[in-house]
Design a protein around this ligand. Sequence first.
Ligand SMILES: Cc1cc2nc3c(=O)[nH]c(=O)nc-3n(C[C@H](O)[C@H](O)[C@H](O)COP(=O)(O)O)c2cc1C
Length: 210
Amino acid sequence: CSKSKSASSAETNPQMKETDTLENSSDTSANISDSLKNKKALIVYLSRTNNTKAIAEIIQQKTGGKLVALELVTPYPENYKKIVDQVANENSTGYLPPLKTKIDHIGQYDLIFLGFPTWGMQLPPPMKSFLKDNDLSGKTIIPFNSNAGYGIGSTFDTVKEMAPNSTVLEGYSTKGGIERDGVLLVIKDKKAVEVSTQVQSWLQKLKLIK
Ligand SMILES: Cc1cc2nc3c(=O)[nH]c(=O)nc-3n(C[C@H](O)[C@H](O)[C@H](O)COP(=O)(O)O)c2cc1C
């Protein structure tokens, strides 16, 4: 089977192998939408205080798909003030930090979930590095975000600009931590349940799950 088969070929082509379908646990497979059963999903996220990671894990539970955390060659400073200054500097100069994370055979994935916090009201530089390093032409990108309450800023627009030959679907965003005030991981307990419900509706609206 070629990777570019139509969405309905799983039903029409009896030779299609199970391994060609969206990777998922038996738990989630029943809920994957029929039209996407033969697509493979990758969930790439950047997360410092684990809020975006929590959303990524919820998406993974619901869709299957391979989860990958973006790591840098040179990690950012632990200190909040230092990282804010460094990111502000990178944002103003356009510096793209080199990534340690490399995706094996990115061509095998049809759906790319991209998760990131808002940093300085922009797409974090490492996610810009990822979009620069990887050709996502012809793929479907689904962005998701957490922020301290100031919103997505220009993040989703930058994803669209940096992947002009991809289809970028409606993204999901929620309020995460406020590291400035010492509030780190908040997407846990009751808030994780709330986010899970919202992610469920969002993925259903995008017709990715039933
Ligand atoms: C360098 C830096 C810059 C940030 N800039 C913003 C911002 O401009 N707007 C905002 O709402 N939150 C901002 N935040 C807060 C994060 O977006 C928020 O805490 C998010 O939930 C963190 O996600 P994470 O836990 O996955 O790292 C910033 C955080 C950092 C570390």
